[in-house]
Design a protein around this ligand. Structure first.
Ligand SMILES: Cc1ncc(COP(=O)(O)O)c(C=O)c1O
Length: 354
């Protein structure tokens, strides 16, 4: 085994920790004291460094600012019951990051820089991981194209960085969702499966319009026919229909969510059959009308599980039944939390202990 890479740490003179109210954390508002940074130039990665969190300087002609060559990840580190620290499913996030980079013609980040870099950054800012139940340190690795040029081209220079943010338990307000049948987030063959910045910019207008109509988020449908369900804004979507867990299959237009994968993996041990299959809007509408949909929820790193209380299909509202602690979504949320904090055995080796 190769020894872990040594990453120099330049510490912040005075921590900002005391300015933070850990009982009132707004998602993504505060950043921890340090960040990881490494440059790519002339076909090679430089030496990663951990430095105080702060501004970076970029030329106005940095390619990322014009042509959106940028990808990111989002994962979490948790305080465990025994006082240790775990990072959830770093390998799966690394693999997805590589896939996103490949789609955007960006260079692969070496595994040791990504994994050791994140581990050492989390270790440096361990004090920033909330101990509150459901709290975590949200980790945001990202890469941007920094070559200075106005012409449309693939950049020759990049920055890879990791910043982190303490987040509290996400008391997800039950969601009122609108099935989107006019606008498109991603088409087959496009970049929907990559976690690239452009996907999110493209989703703002339809989401804003849905909010003006009183909905929280849109549920995207396929770009060609608006017939099949894809996913939500920052979550995959899951239903319990006739007692079976159903979620759209992976494709080039939806993100391979780590939470989605974890829930599908845990489903059988929680006593439910899981199906990854195409779900049409019509099928969902028929099943909702007949009261055969007992649960609908979003699945993603931020909220883990976000219950859906209403779905709007072509202007018609379909309320969902109230959930409780015995609902599948709440049982799987608890199981995931128990694995992350070490309350139950990590049988799938999902935790990286820092
Ligand atoms: C578009 C989109 N879909 C799904 C997800 C859920 O993915 P994960 O469970 O890996 O957070 C996210 C969040 O990362 C997302 O941005």
């Amino acid at each position: 085994m190769t020894p872990p890479i040594e990453i120099p740490v330049s510490r912040i003179p005075t921590s900002r920790l005391e300015q933070i109210d850990f009982n009132n954390l707004e998602f993504g508002k505060h950043t921890a004291d340090h960040m990881l940074i490494v440059e790519y130039d002339k076909g090679e990665w430089g030496a990663p460094q951990i430095i105080p969190f702060g501004e970076i300087s970029l030329s106005p002609t940095s390619l990322v600012l014009h042509y959106a060559q940028t990808v990111f990840e989002g994962m979490k580190a948790f305080k465990m019951a025994d006082g240790g620290v775990s990072i959830f499913r770093i390998e799966k996030h690394y693999q997805r990051f590589l896939k996103s980079l490949e789609r955007m013609c960006m260079p692969a980040i070496p595994e040791d820089i990504f994994k050791e870099g994140i581990k050492q950054l989390v270790k440096t800012d361990t004090a920033w991981i909330p101990s509150t139940e459901g709290g975590a340190l949200y980790l945001r690795p990202f890469m941007i194209a920094t070559e200075q040029r106005l012409g449309v081209k693939i950049s020759d220079k990049y920055l890879f960085m990791v910043v982190t943010s303490p987040v509290g338990p996400y008391y997800a307000k039950p969601l009122n969702m609108k099935i989107e049948i006019e606008y498109v987030r991603a088409a087959e063959g496009g970049t929907g499966y990559a976690k690239c910045g452009g996907n999110y910019g493209a989703s703002f207008l339809p989401t804003q319009l849905a909010r003006q109509q009183g909905y929280d988020q849109v549920l995207w449908t396929d770009a060609k026919e608006h017939k099949y369900l894809d996913e939500a804004g920052t979550m995959n979507v899951m239903f319990v229909i006739d007692g079976i867990l159903a979620t759209p299959p992976l494709s080039t237009s939806i993100l391979d969510g780590v939470t989605r994968d974890s829930i599908l993996t845990l489903a059988s041990e929680l006593g439910i059959v899981a199906e990854q299959r195409r779900i049409t809007v019509d099928e969902l509408e028929t099943a909702l009308s007949a009261g055969r949909v007992t649960e609908a929820f979003g699945a993603g790193t931020a909220a883990v599980v976000a219950p859906i209380e209403n779905i709007s299909i072509r202007g018609k509202e379909y309320p969902l039944p109230k959930w409780n602690a015995d609902s599948f979504m709440m049982r799987v949320k608890k199981q995931l939390s128990d694995i992350r904090t070490g309350a139950v055995a990590d049988a799938k080796s999902w935790n990286t202990i820092v």
